[in-house]
Design a protein around this ligand. Structure first.
Ligand code: BTN
Length: 252
């Protein structure tokens, strides 16, 4: 019923009306051997997970809450590349469906007018030298009105409908996200991360700017120089030391 145009992505779909988290289900399915391209999607998440231990607000029927299982033949250090790849694919899909060009804030927030509209959470099952599966969790705020966001996040969160001024068909956007994701993923497996990195830089807002990176171990202030070939953020602090950052929140 999603009308997919992909070769493999989304050809096994686990649809549920209500789940705690699609991410949790996808991790379990991956562990049990589910094929690459398996998609878990739900109308409502009661315990949607965000990055850095946060919650992801996932009310019924207004957004896209889904997790995709990939099995790329890569070592675990390269997994952050897939997060960046996913962000590019989603930007392309949003552009295609709504005409709006989003911004990416490293590593994986997608912003419209400076407010977050999409979150991506990548989780791994891996040995030190080989990835078994990567679970790509995607949350897109599609049709929420301002009032439907909890008050404490209204100044930082938005939906496509708010920015576009009209409702958007979720199935159409799911199709397009999976299509763009599959295309980029094949390109990535054939040609590596370089071409994806260039596309990513085209959408990125934080590069070249003074930012504060809040990591789990404290904050670092400096200039965002760019990303490495692995997908880490290079941040030059006031003493000209370069920090390579795996995971953080960025403030512009
Ligand atoms: C972030 O913190 O920005 C990442 C949010 C990721 C949310 C998605 S919604 C589908 C999938 N299931 C979850 O529990 N989380 C991800």
């Amino acid at each position: 019923q999603l009308g997919l145009k992909t070769e493999t992505f989304g050809h096994f779909v686990h649809f549920e009306e209500e789940v705690a988290s699609t991410q949790k289900i996808a991790l379990k399915l991956a562990y049990e051997g589910a094929k690459e391209g398996t998609l878990v999607i739900s109308e409502l998440q009661t315990a949607g997970r965000g990055r850095m231990g946060r919650k992801w607000f996932s009310p019924k029927g207004t957004g896209i809450w889904m997790s995709l299982i990939l099995r790329p033949p890569i070592p675990p250090q390269k997994a952050p590349q897939l997060t960046l790849l996913t962000a590019v694919a989603i930007c392309q899909a949003i552009q295609q469906v709504t005409g709006i060009v989003p911004d990416i804030k490293w590593p994986n927030d997608i912003l419209l007018n400076g407010k977050k509209c999409v979150g991506i959470l990548t989780e791994l099952q891996a040995d030190p030298d080989r990835v078994h599966s990567v679970i790509i969790g995607i949350g897109v705020n599609v049709n929420q009105t301002v009032e439907q966001f909890p008050e404490d996040i209204r100044t930082i969160a938005t939906s496509l409908a708010i920015e576009k001024g009209e409702r958007i068909k979720r199935a159409r956007l799911v199709q397009e996200i999976l299509l763009q994701l599959e295309k980029l993923y094949h390109q990535y497996l054939q040609h590596g991360f370089r071409p994806i990195k260039l596309l990513w830089e085209g959408y990125a807002v934080s590069i070249g700017k003074k930012i504060t990176a809040r990591t789990l171990n404290g904050s670092i202030k400096g200039t965002a120089l760019g990303i490495t070939d692995e997908g880490l953020l290079m941040l030059e602090d006031e003493d000209k030391h370069i920090h390579y950052i795996h995971s953080a929140d960025i403030q512009l």
